[in-house]
Design a protein around this ligand. Sequence first.
Ligand code: ADP
Ligand code: MG
Length: 686
Amino acid sequence: MAKQETKGNIGVTSENIFPVIKKFLYSDHEIFLRELVSNAIDATQKLKTLASVGEFKGELGDLTIRIRTEKGKLIISDRGVGMTADEIDRYINQIAFSGAEEFVKKYKDNAAAIIGHFGLGFYSSFMVSKKVEIVTRSYQEGATAVRWSCEGTPEYEMTETTKDDRGTDIILHIDDDNKDFLEKDKITSLLEKYCRYLPIPIAFGKKQEWKDGKYVDTDEDNIVNNTQPAWVRKPSELKDEDYKAFYRELYPMADEPLFWIHLNVDYPFNLTGILYFPRIKSNMDLQRNKIRLYSNQVFVTDSVEGIVPEFLTLLHGVLDSPDIPLNVSRSYLQSDQNVKKISAHITKKVADRLEEIFKNDRKAFEEKWDSLKLFIQYGMLSDEKFYDRAAKFALLKDVDGTYYTLEEYRKLIASEQTDKEGGVIYLYTTNPDEQYSYIQAAKDRGYNVLVMDGQLDVHAIGQLEQKIEKTHFVRVDSDTIDRLILKADAPTVSLTDDQRQALQQVFRSRLPKMGKTDFVVTFEALGPSANPVMLTQGEFMRRMREMSAMQPGMSFYGEMPESYNLVLNTDHPLILSVLSDEEKACTDKLQPILSDIKGWEARQHDLREAQSKKKEDELTEAEKEDMTNTNRTLDELRGRRDAILTEYAAGNKVVGQLIDLALLANGLLKGEPLSRFIRRSVELIG
Ligand code: ADP
Ligand code: MG
């Protein structure tokens, strides 16, 4: 029989397929190797399937896929089903490419989308080749081998040929611009990236050995892939060591994982994989996009956003699912029903696994909590369903290092820490060292204090307050101990208005001037044994400031000055003695001014009263002037009063010392004021 020879045109409706492939698919050139090796895998697995159902009766033999280079050529050979001339015609020549130009315009930056969309896997070889040949022989008995070749134009040539073995050789004549794809290191790294876990052995050259001062090939194939990666094996076959070894293989630099989840679903979608919980030591360790996505063991991408919920992108590991549409946009992915189900399934599995560890080994769970906390909080904050599940095992840690579930903690504090309105007050510290004296005071009262020093704690606190009725979180230093948890009305402060004003001015005049920090002097009757002066910072404003620091759009609170209350304990002898000393020193000078102030205040009051009944434009010039004069006189009198008190305060060593002590207790005394404090302390001792 004469050798048959065919020339023809590739059945592309657009003439432009080759320029398109060369030009637009530029960025992802390297994927040609993945596509060709995947085809070889498909062909091999088809043959195995045929053999298993008895349609192929020959010897399967060695099925290794081989990759080699030879004089400017890169050759991929398999011993799979091969193709008849007919099949080449159908599967290679007749490629559907309708609407190509429009599509290419739309997706010109996304080579993967085009290739996947049109099943152009094989044609991606033209991204790097000036000529491609297929030499193939079908597994079917008596099949004739065929050589197909094409030089990147819409014309191809097909001739009969001879081939000893069944299967296919794809021969790429690499073009001048892409010579690097002939380099051993380049090929090795691509195989490593895309083919590392493919299910059929892939050989790239031979294993080498060191001999006579150089590396030489041995007889042994250099197999580049692990055909049975941990995730495709049965969980029952795997030991902890195997999971850890696989983790090391994936992330050689990472610390040992905390634990892992082996996913294995085949209905209603296909999903396998292993997700690892990494050990998070600091926020620096937070690395997204560590999960690798595979489709039937072919590497697809390491960016899984849109496929797994955001908080799970902190996990590491591998997902493998042929049911995730691969070459579509992220937004399409998120609306895909399968992807939604997969995402929900993974979330549920993660929650189940955490709960299981919590239930079976509470101690181990507690030991890992600090590393897990950020991740679980993130999940609780971003996913309602996850919150509901995690609320059972999420932990709170107190300053003594004891862990409680939300429910346990509620029980623990309910009796001692309920205020007069029935609210349960959760006391917490953000810094056990800095807030030490407040924590101590709370503990002395029989209160428990939580440590909330994590990155997401401020948000977690807000969430718990919303979710658990009658729950209020209050930082230990946000008020004096009596007022942290108000059990009854606070004892009243018995000072006259004049006394209040005097003390306020005496202390205010000695407060340091710090940009962006405000102090308000307040009074409380805290009992003689409590500190004379304390600094507190209201919970609400502080929290708003903290949250705004993390969130854009809340800059209003961020701009607010930091505001502290300087609380004077009116039961303390030192405060009482400052007051009586001030009265002794200033009363004579102050008395006439104070009585003037009273007179003018009465006048101001009357004027306001009278004028409030009239509209602005009904006021006469005289009335307006009267008011202005009164205000000015009052300002002036108060100024004189304050000046006397300021002068007195300047000579009072106790006031400065008390303020500095309060600042010191809050870490606010620094630099020059600190050294002045130390000098003054020494003098006072002497
Ligand atoms: P896809 O793999 O998505 O079908 P490709 O362009 O990669 O698209 O391949 C087209 C077809 O060519 C395949 O479906 C297969 O029938 C055939 N083919 C490609 N490579 C081989 C091979 N190595 N052995 C046998 N058939 C192959
Ligand atoms: Mg393919």
